[in-house]
Design a protein around this ligand. Sequence first.
Ligand code: NI
Length: 189
Amino acid sequence: MTVRDILLLGDPELRRVAAPADPDALARGEYQELVDDLVHTMRHANGAGLAATQIGVHVRIVALEVDDNPRYPYKPKIPLTIAVNPVLEPIGDETFANYEGCLSVPGLRGMVARRRHLRVRWLDPHGQSHEQVVHGLTAGTWQHECDHLDGKLFVDRVTDTSTFTTWDNFKRHHEAAFVERVKALHPEE
Ligand code: NI
């Protein structure tokens, strides 16, 4: 396993649309090294998720994991999930304002509208299919990671640029009110 370099904002590679993973190649274990590197790199950087795009591999695979994350101490836990060819289906049309950050956009956070409820379908690295309904911040994390596979970054979705903040100023001025507000989104978790 290798800690790979994470591509940063402005790198054209982050703007490429990733191709679907080939289920036959998946069954042959051809993505295993990529998956291992993705997990290792995500954990090394304390990410809540990492898309293959962010390490310069243009195949539709993302890793997600939230477990006592120092970057996002308020996020509900997500067990380690490797999602191959993930598909997001919004449930209803409700959105919420999510304060996001990204390992590819160091130092910056901003407010993004995300779907509150989603059905998520994906294959695991063994080719098994999974389906889950997710809400609130967890739904936000899925949308953020899947955006990477389409060459999109959270900064593209920030409509009110006055919400941009450094991480220190997020903690100082915005975190308490944000956490209070999103807690109310999670009665179901
Ligand atoms: Ni990101």
